[in-house]
Design a protein around this ligand. Structure first.
Ligand code: FES
Length: 104
């Protein structure tokens, strides 16, 4: 398992343990831990309600064109914004720090 950290406030990080052998996305992990992510499209990069801001950690694979297109529709976009449904939990992501973005 790997550890993912979710920043919940200034200096406040919650540690989540994440399996990497189940093909789960970061969106599914966050939902399972009761973060307010609607994921209305079910993880198809079509709704942007799974928006997170990446704060630190290992480099992630580049967003796909579909992910970019959807990120572009957000009213507030951060330099490191990502759709958490497009981030597959994998061993290389150990130590990732994210913040769940405010609902659009
Ligand atoms: Fe819809 Fe990620 S769940 S874009």
């Amino acid at each position: 398992d790997i550890r993912i950290y979710v920043e919940e406030g200034p200096g406040q990080r919650r540690e989540l343990e994440a399996p990497t052998d189940m093909g789960l996305s970061l969106m599914e992990l966050l939902k399972a831990n009761d973060y307010p992510i609607q994921a209305t499209c079910g993880g198809m990069a079509l709704c942007a309600t799974c928006h997170v801001e990446v704060l630190a950690g290992p480099p992630l694979p580049e967003p796909s064109d579909d992910e970019w297109a959807m990120l572009d529709t957000l009213p507030v976009l951060h330099e490191t914004s990502r759709l958490s449904c497009q981030i597959r939990l994998a061993p290389g992501l150990d130590g990732l720090v994210v913040r769940v973005a405010d609902p659009a």
